[in-house]
Ligand binder design. Structure first.
Ligand SMILES: Cc1cc2nc3c(=O)[nH]c(=O)nc-3n(C[C@H](O)[C@H](O)[C@H](O)COP(=O)(O)OP(=O)(O)OC[C@H]3O[C@@H](n4cnc5c(N)ncnc54)[C@H](O)[C@@H]3O)c2cc1C
Length: 492
């Protein structure tokens, strides 16, 4: 039965999606958000006519958005002006050579054969396998929750070990399709979106490059933040109440139940159920009394973090594609440095986004808006990392990489810089260790092994969001919100 009233901690995408589903089922829903606006990590900064998406910049897995919006009772296309981005990414290697990932098979054929003769056949086989992985994993693993161990460890799931190769490391598996290490990197770097190294990620994740090429990478006019705005508008229209600028300080739990929330300013809110959207390890660490469980969660693997730069530029760089990925030849060392040493690699792979290529309104006329994202290790326990020094190294790495494209004057044209380190991700969104994608998505932290959408003891306390099932990413957040809301209605 639906809870008569629900309090949601956090107005992230998962929290808002769940709130809409709960409201649709008749629950009275209030969202308490510590920041001044909705969206969580899907955030926006504007300055002097430059508009920046702070977190996500890639609208991937459009079929999931479509299905999830439909499940909330609206048509995605009515709400967002989506534009297809093709080539999806321009990859730039250390010697300046390029590969534009595109759904145009003829163009892919020509480019791949230059890098490795005969590799187009491998590419087609890889994409075909990705297609299989995508459809099986979405249906059997991502789009359902595992409320009991039996649902996950059933005989019916046994064939998945072969069909979607969860036990085979992704990068190692790439050798079945490509000899050239640059091509192996070109079709496995997407694992970073899960905050994972391809050397550890399951081969199942070939579903991502498949979906990007088959279903497309898109861009909502006005930027990715339009997704957050759209969900917040929809939630408000349906009657969800938002309380902004108030941090939840404690979940009141008694006799196996969550009673309500203590929020900043000595206020107490009561409800029949609580849904926590803030990062799950943070919820255990800071808002619940069970310190043993919190400590156990802190020992788990966390995704990487990023240092990012938002630059307002006084001239345009029209030759710079919308999504450029500089892929380092020392690909393995890059991930070792990030995952094992929690550092910034010496020659980091990095990503540059020029949103004005997709929507001119993202920059003032005759100027440009750039976002550079450098994956780095998450915060260490001791707090010994010097983030100013790392930030300087990361910035220089971006400038150096842009030189490969003939852009040598960028520093002279920066009007202003806004920059984020893992400390920002921790402080602004309460992400434990500043890990931008929450708990890592390695095999032992996926499916039934990922924190569930319901607390094991407090029966009316539920969880949704990146560190819960099914995991990180904007479309996944929408699924997570739906699964959590459905479970609440089913089990209360
Ligand atoms: C740099 C970066 C790049 C990314 N790129 C992409 C991309 O290109 N494509 C993509 O699909 N995904 C991307 N992602 C991932 C995606 O942004 C996230 O997986 C998704 O937005 C997570 O949503 P969520 O609802 O789980 O959590 P959050 O967005 O973390 O929402 C949780 C909310 O809870 C609030 N909160 C926390 N503590 C409290 C408290 N005590 N009281 C009240 N409120 C609280 C937070 O302020 C936040 O608003 C990226 C993420 C980052 C950081």
């Amino acid at each position: 039965m639906r809870p008569a009233s629900t309090l949601v901690i956090g107005a992230g995408l998962a929290g808002m999606a769940a709130a809409i589903h709960l409201r649709n089922s008749g629950s009275k829903v209030t969202i308490v958000e510590k920041n001044a606006a909705p969206g969580g990590r899907c955030d926006r900064v504007s300055q002097g006519g430059h508009v920046f998406d702070v977190g996500p910049t890639l609208f991937v897995m459009p079929l999931t958005y479509q299905a999830e919006f439909a499940s909330m009772g609206v048509d995605l296309r009515d709400r967002l002006d989506l534009r297809r981005v093709d080539p999806t990414y321009t990859l730039v290697f250390d010697d300046g050579s390029q590969l534009a990932l595109t759904s145009d098979l003829e163009r892919m054929h020509l480019q791949l054969e230059v890098i490795e003769p005969g590799s187009f056949g491998g590419f087609l086989r890889y994409i075909e396998e990705g297609h299989r992985h995508y459809h099986i994993a979405m249906q059997r693993l991502v789009n359902r929750d595992f409320r009991t161990a039996f649902q996950f460890f059933s005989l019916g799931n046994l064939p998945l070990v072969h069909s979607i190769k969860p036990l085979v490391p992704h990068y190692r598996h790439m050798s079945a399709f490509f000899k050239n290490p640059r091509l192996r990197a070109a079709f496995s770097f997407q694992d970073v979106y899960m905050g994972l190294s391809p050397f550890m990620a399951p081969s199942t994740f070939s579903m991502m490059p498949y979906s990007e090429l088959a279903h497309g990478v898109w861009y909502p006019a006005g930027g990715m933040y339009r997704v957050a705005e759209t969900l917040a508008d929809l939630a408000s229209q349906r009657g969800v109440e938002f309380i902004y600028n108030k941090t939840v300080e404690r979940i009141d739990v008694r006799n196996g139940c969550a009673r309500g929330l203590h929020i900043e300013g000595d206020r107490f809110l009561e409800a029949d159920a609580v849904l926590a959207n803030a990062d799950l390890p943070y919820i255990y660490k800071d808002l619940l009394p069970d310190k043993a469980r919190a400590e156990k969660l802190l020992q788990k693997r966390y995704s990487c973090s990023v240092v990012s730069f938002l630059w307002g530029l006084d001239r345009p760089y029209p030759g710079l594609p919308p999504h450029t990925l500089f892929l380092a030849d020392d690909y393995r060392q890059n991930f070792e440095s990030i995952i094992d040493d929690l550092d910034v690699p010496e020659n980091p792979s990095l990503y540059v986004h020029a949103p004005a290529r997709l929507d001119p309104s993202m920059a003032p006329a005759g100027q440009d808006t750039l976002i550079a994202i450098v994956p780095v290790g998450h915060l260490d326990e001791e707090g010994n990392q010097d983030w100013e020094e790392r930030q300087d190294r990361a910035r220089l790495a971006v400038f150096r990489r842009l030189n490969l494209l003939g852009i040598t004057d960028l520093p002279a044209h920066i009007k202003f810089e806004i920059s984020f380190t893992p400390l920002f991700w921790r402080n602004r969104y309460n992400l434990v260790k500043g890990a931008t994608h929450g708990l890592s998505h390695n095999l032992t932290q996926l499916g039934y092994f990922r924190p569930h959408n319901r607390h094991p003891v407090y029966k009316n306390l539920f969880f949704t969001g990146a560190s819960t099932h099914p995991g990180t990413g904007m479309p996944t957040a929408l699924i997570s919100g739906r699964l959590a809301a459905t479970r609440m209605v089913d089990e209360l």
